[in-house]
Design a protein around this ligand. Sequence first.
Ligand SMILES: NC(=O)c1ccc[n+]([C@@H]2O[C@H](COP(=O)([O-])OP(=O)(O)OC[C@H]3O[C@@H](n4cnc5c(N)ncnc54)[C@H](OP(=O)(O)O)[C@@H]3O)[C@@H](O)[C@H]2O)c1
Length: 348
Amino acid sequence: MAYTRKWNVAVVGATGAVGQQMVRLLQSSAIPLANVVLLSSQRSAGATVAFGDAELVVQEATPDQFTGIDIALFSAGGGVSKQLIPEAVQRGAVCIDNTSAYRMERDVPLVVPEVNAHRIADHRGIIANPNCSTIQLVVALKPIHDVLGVRSVVVSTYQAVSGAGARAVAETVRQTQAELEGRSVTPDVLPVASLPIKHPIAFNAIPQIDVFSSNGFTLEELKMVNETKKIMEEDIAVAATCVRVPVLNGHSESVRITCARPIDIDAVRTLLAQAPGVVVVDDVQNQRYPLARDASGCPDVFVGRIRRDLDDAHTMHMWIVSDNLLKGAAFNAMQIAEHLTKQEGARS
Ligand SMILES: NC(=O)c1ccc[n+]([C@@H]2O[C@H](COP(=O)([O-])OP(=O)(O)OC[C@H]3O[C@@H](n4cnc5c(N)ncnc54)[C@H](OP(=O)(O)O)[C@@H]3O)[C@@H](O)[C@H]2O)c1
């Protein structure tokens, strides 16, 4: 489908870990751009960002900034989305939201284009980007589900600090240097910046991402459960344990999948190798499997260590790795924007 018009695009949270990737991807995107508006809080307003041959000045995000905007990419936290998305929608923008603010609302499509791109057309002004850990999981589950019928998933994550934003990355580097030099460290961002109790991330693994719910799961774990069901099928049983590890970028997941039909592992490997957005790296003889450091900077979902369970012919295990800032956030949002502009362009 050819593009028929140019688009005014705003990036909210343009100075953040995800926002910077969005700005970078926007420059090479297929979307014909008219104006690009970069928005942040008052703190970064006035900063300049190179965009192609131009220098764009970051501005404070206020409702009036959305006048004339066609697409607004939001990545500035749930509170900002709650406050500014209604203002942007009222002014005619379609908002693609990276936060959890609207993901579970019934009339908001929750989209991973490789899985449910058809839902984009149902939007009423807001399209939600799922949680980073959910996105890479469902990209790998979808081709398996279509053929074997996924019945249950147990996932343990090994999540990079970039998933907690630019401050968490800086804290990890600072703490690691301090520890190596024998200096004591006072953690102040992780596991949750807004909670008083902090834990060191350097040389550690923290089994808490986001706050705990009364059922003992963290909100990050519940996002993986609820979002996977919304995107794929309510009947799939999902259990998650989310762990922050001192990897700078790239989330890894150990996943146990039980299917309705018995599993032929070679057929699964072929299915995954042919699936959109998936790269199979699975050659254990040569110690080749997905690694966070290799995945960082790539838009794909990497799958390896694919093996059948020793006791159950309907169950298999695999290792899924992806760049949480790209496929887990900015790249997925940009894919949605590209689908949207093609659809809406065709209608106008
Ligand atoms: N990191 C990931 O892997 C990932 C993946 C999926 C979704 N997300 C979600 O994306 C959002 C951003 O994450 P991040 O990791 O990019 O965070 P981050 O690095 O901390 O960046 C936050 C961005 O939001 C801006 N901001 C903060 N308060 C604002 C306000 N009141 N008005 C306007 N802009 C404001 C910041 O601007 P200043 O420079 O002015 O502070 C900055 O640009 C979060 O909701 C997060 O849950 C993150």
